[in-house]
Design a protein around this ligand. Structure first.
Ligand SMILES: [Zn+2]
Length: 142
């Protein structure tokens, strides 16, 4: 039996709360401006391109490519200790924005520009963890 405590569940606020509430539906959503069509992340209160305030979340393709990553050997949250070492990836989504998520694959399968897809681990109606996995790799336990 593991002595690892439960993972901390963040309590996001503001536009981050909107992002995670949409993620908790089980599908990644990205903020779009209804006025000019630009795409943003992190989400904002007004459009950085046109200043518009009609910003909506639309379902994402969930597809992107690895832009960068880091491997953690000491967890910030002790709840991740049983996953050490683990990778956090920055993914450039096909929609053009970059997101940060946890790597669901093997560490030796990480490669720059590798195609990946998003996976959502729902916690409750307000929060979900965002994971990324290499395209074509099998879904295994996280
Ligand atoms: Zn706009």
């Amino acid at each position: 039996m593991s002595n690892t405590p439960p993972r901390m569940i963040p309590d996001p606020d503001g536009r981050n709360a909107d992002f995670y509430r949409h993620l908790a539906t089980g599908q990644l959503h990205i903020q779009h401006c209804e006025t000019c069509g630009s795409v943003h992340h992190p989400p904002r209160f007004s459009c950085p391109s046109c200043g518009g305030e009609k910003l909506i979340f639309r379902p994402s393709s969930g597809e992107g490519r690895i832009f960068s990553w880091t491997v953690n050997h000491r967890p910030v949250d002790p709840g991740w200790a049983d996953r050490l070492p683990y990778a956090i990836v920055v993914v450039e989504m096909n929609e053009g924005v970059r997101l940060v998520g946890a790597w669901a694959g093997e560490l030796d399968s990480l490669a720059l520009d590798q195609p990946v897809r998003a996976e959502v681990e729902k916690v409750d109606e307000h929060f979900a963890f965002l994971w990324f996995r290499g395209e074509g790799s099998d879904a295994k336990g996280r």
